[in-house]
Design a binder for this molecule. Structure first.
Ligand code: UDP
Ligand code: MG
Length: 334
């Protein structure tokens, strides 16, 4: 690299005044003391080589080991390292959310602290984002985790999530992702929804891409998750699917089920009335009678759910002035 090239590369951070940071790296950390020194070292090396201005936001999610002490020492010497410490363990999603809230970069990169993701992939993800994608997701094409309890459930879950949300990704679970900052800052995260961000973001009409990234086995410590995650992911998927399609029109889902149920109930009961009155058949001990009554009651309940849903939707959107749309740009608007 000759000197004029080096000079041309330098001013990136000077050119952008105040917090004109290009990249915010968000790292969730829960009891990762053994990994932190190497992680900081590799992140810093790769980011400096990449040459864009950056900040690292380390979120200590209530670690009970020396993670925070290590981060504090590192932060003393490096003001590009910002550290947030939770009072207790709130979970990886909360850690990401705290990072997103604080991020000042134009792009946000999320990465795990356990060295399973490779910081050297960041420039590739960024290059893809520069092609005009709002979300670029890493795909651990050669994932280094056990097959039966990790890779197999994950493979099935990815198929299911892709199919039901319409955002096709091989690897929702990969933490290494790049987001345009304005896209994630618009999203409120709850529970363990962080792995659904690409799908949730699609509601805003975002362009999502996926590229293969490296993955290494965990070197230190233990994974914080077990097979129990699968059920939780499935339940979260129902929430996301519902939010994506019906959050602003609950009556159309519940009401439709309710109406169908009521119509079926009426048909069943009419049939019973006809055979009772015309053919004088006893209907008191027929299971069909039970079914007919049940269908009517369920139908009424579903319509009730729909109405309550409509009220909740109004409270949700109006009390917080949440828009039910997202604008890309406006011309001649005043
Ligand atoms: N993590 C966290 N809070 C939690 C659980 C995990 O901040 O409650 C962090 C953890 O320190 C790691 C990342 O989230 O940096 C991913 O966790 P892990 O490696 O255990 O998940 P896996 O790679 O096994 O899916
Ligand atoms: Mg891991």
């Amino acid at each position: 690299m000759n000197s004029s090239y080096a000079i041309a590369e330098q001013p990136t951070s000077d050119r952008l005044p105040d917090a004109g940071i290009e990249l915010s790296i968000v790292v969730p950390i829960y009891n990762e003391e053994e990994s932190i020194p190497a992680l900081y070292e590799r992140l810093t090396t790769e980011l400096e080589r990449y040459g864009r201005s950056y900040e690292i936001i380390a979120v200590d999610d209530g670690s009970r080991d020396r993670s925070f002490a290590l981060l504090r020492d590192l932060a003393v010497a490096d003001d590009r390292l910002r550290v947030v410490r939770f009072r207790r363990n709130f979970g990886q999603t909360a850690a990401f959310a705290a990072g997103f809230d604080r991020a000042r970069g134009e792009y946000i990169v999320t990465i795990d602290a356990d060295l399973q993701n490779d910081p050297a992939d960041i420039p590739n993800l960024m290059a893809k984002a520069a092609e005009g994608f709002d979300v670029v997701s890493g795909w651990r094409a050669r994932r280094q985790d056990p097959f039966i309890n990790r890779r197999l459930p994950s493979m099935l879950a990815n198929r299911l999530i892709s199919w039901s949300t319409g955002v096709y990704l091989h690897d929702y679970g990969c933490s290494l992702k790049v987001y345009r900052s304005d896209v994630v800052k618009n999203i409120n995260l709850y529970g363990e929804l962080h792995r659904f961000i690409p799908a949730i973001a699609s509601w805003q009409g975002t362009a999502v891409a996926e590229i293969p990234v490296h993955h290494e086995p965990r070197r230190f410590g233990k994974s914080k998750y077990g097979i129990g995650r699968t059920t939780r992911v499935l339940l979260d998927l129902i929430t996301v699917r519902f939010l994506l399609s019906f959050a602003t029109r609950p009556m159309q889902v519940f009401g439709l089920i309710g109406l169908l149920s009521i119509l079926l109930g009426i048909a069943v009961n009419l049939y019973l009335v006809v055979i009772k009155l015309i053919y004088q058949v006893d209907i008191g001990d027929r299971p069909l009678l039970l079914l007919g009554v049940l269908l009517l009651m369920i139908g009424v309940q579903f319509i009730g759910f729909g109405l309550i849903g409509e009220l909740v939707t109004r409270v949700y959107y109006e009390a917080q002035h949440k828009p039910i749309y997202v604008v890309r740009e406006e011309l001649n608007s005043d």
